[in-house]
Design a binder for this molecule. Structure first.
Ligand SMILES: Cc1cc2nc3c(=O)[nH]c(=O)nc-3n(C[C@H](O)[C@H](O)[C@H](O)COP(=O)(O)OP(=O)(O)OC[C@H]3O[C@@H](n4cnc5c(N)ncnc54)[C@H](O)[C@@H]3O)c2cc1C
Length: 434
């Protein structure tokens, strides 16, 4: 089959790789000059299967209210006169009940664990170097109440098969000595040794290069403007994608199947076809610092619960990322947010990095209210979805690509996940208990 993949972030590139492996002719289209230039460019770097709690959880509504209007709040909802934003917000609240949160965690853990295994085998097969570290993830708390709340979540993760240990403050510092300077503020933490970290940009561009060498055709600097369809109801199908190519010419490209992996922009593309995806952009920030004193910088990937920041060591750089603004598609930098990240990083790791020359970046997380992505079929027979990976697209990306390639090829992916448009079959070879 000829398959066109729309988008070359971590999700689209992984999809293309596995589709090619299944023997399809694959074309990838992206408006940027290369792969991974938007949200998959400078994220937090964590492969965090065991820290997969969605932002929509029972404690979220009160926190969001408390943070309204606070410029440096970890999660800031800026109300706009925009229908999608409000409907998305209401759906987010609906996902905050204990029952829905638990089911969402189950889904996220299932696809994330599958993805981590997929990433590991890709790493072995391809030899791609991406500053990866398999030193685990350590989530530390500076507020006793938040630590107490985390204990049942850690237990749920253990019940799902994730080795997430709750540990005291001394053990936190023993696991990551670079946290010694704030030892007196830490009240506890949890640690999972199986989690990993690495540079999503290096990995995705490495995989794109190898996919191109294997025959995948990448068309960069090419904007997707719409999908053309024919027929109605069960006989509806996509015939072609309309693009503006690198030379500025409008063209249409025909194919047998289309995979939408355009992150936050998937929603806009599919709306005219009557497919309403509940995806809203969640603008996040990262800062990258050159490490000047390696022994003072952490090697274990960290989550600073109080400030909702993640920290990953990427070779001789330290990447610190986090915060979220629910405020449309703009990617401008907010100075208050950038400075808050540097202030906190300097406090955590004094003397470790060159804090005078940070490289700031923003990206739009393609957020569904539940943080469970859309992977699978749409109601148009040859149109497939691989989008809405929210806060965990690096964690879930490789496995999502492998799963969608199976689905396009008419196979059942080897993971028990609620794929869209498909009957949920419990697979005997599941990697995790249902
Ligand atoms: C601050 C921050 C920190 C994060 N930290 C982590 C983390 O530690 N761990 C983790 O697992 N995840 C993390 N994430 C989330 C993760 O980065 C995303 O979920 C993931 O990158 C989404 O990948 P994607 O391929 O779906 O989207 P993208 O990478 O955005 O790819 C979509 C592609 O579609 C293209 N495109 C869009 N519109 C068009 C169009 N009209 N025509 C042609 N091309 C188009 C874009 O150019 C882009 O290349 C973080 C995100 C942010 C913002």
């Amino acid at each position: 089959m000829k398959v066109i993949v729309l988008g070359s972030g971590i999700v689209g590139t992984s999809s293309a790789w596995f589709l090619k492996k299944q023997g399809h002719e694959v074309i990838v289209i992206d408006r940027q000059p290369g792969a991974a230039q938007e949200t998959s460019f400078a994220n937090g770097g964590q492969i965090s299967v065991s820290h997969a709690e969605p932002w929509a959880n029972p404690s979220a509504p009160m926190k969001v209210l408390k943070w309204l209007g606070k410029e440096d709040a970890p999660l800031l909802f800026r109300p706009r006169a925009e229908w999608l934003q409000w409907v998305w917000g209401l759906n987010f609240l609906r996902e905050c009940t204990p029952g829905r949160t638990a089911e969402n965690i189950r889904q996220i853990v299932a696809i994330s664990e599958y993805s981590r295994l997929t990433l590991r085998s890709l790493r072995e097969e391809t030899g791609i170097q991406y500053d990866s570290l398999s030193k685990g993830i350590l989530h530390f708390y500076t507020d006793q109440r938040e630590f107490d709340i985390s204990l049942p979540a850690a237990k749920l993760m253990r019940d799902l098969g994730c080795p997430r240990d709750s540990i005291d403050a001394d053990e936190v510092v023993r696991r990551e000595p670079a946290l010694a300077s704030i030892r007196d503020k830490i009240v506890g933490g949890d640690y999972t040794e199986t989690d990993e970290s690495g540079d999503v940009y290096q990995f995705t561009t490495g995989l794109a290069d190898m996919a191109a060498a294997a025959g995948v055709q990448f068309q960069f600097n090419t904007t997707v403007t719409r999908l053309l369809s024919e027929g109605t109801g069960a006989s509806a199908k996509i015939t072609a994608v309309e693009i503006i190519d690198a030379a500025g010419r409008h063209k249409t490209l025909r194919a047998d199947a289309f995979v939408v992996a355009m992150g936050s922009h998937s929603q806009t593309l599919l709306k005219p076809l009557g497919i309403s995806l509940m995806i809203y952009p969640g603008k996040g920030y990262s800062a990258t610092y050159q490490i000047t004193n390696p022994e003072l910088a952490p090697v274990v990937s960290l989550t600073d619960d109080g400030y909702k920041l993640v920290v990953s060591r990427l070779g001789d750089r330290l990447r610190v990322a986090g915060t979220c603004e629910i405020n449309g598609y703009g990617r401008e930098l907010n100075t208050a947010r950038c400075e808050a990240i540097t202030r906190r990083t300097r406090e955590l790791f004094p003397g470790a990095c060159d804090y005078e020359n940070p490289v700031y970046w923003t990206g739009l997380r393609p957020l569904t209210p539940s943080n469970v992505p859309y992977i699978g079929k749409s109601r148009i027979s040859n149109l497939y979805l691989n989008t809405g990976h929210g806060t965990l697209g690096w964690t879930m990306g490789a496995g999502s690509g492998r799963a969608i390639a199976d689905i396009v090829s008419g196979l059942q992916p080897a993971v028990d996940f609620a794929f869209t448009g498909m009957e949920r079959k419990t697979n005997k070879n599941l990697l995790l208990p249902a």
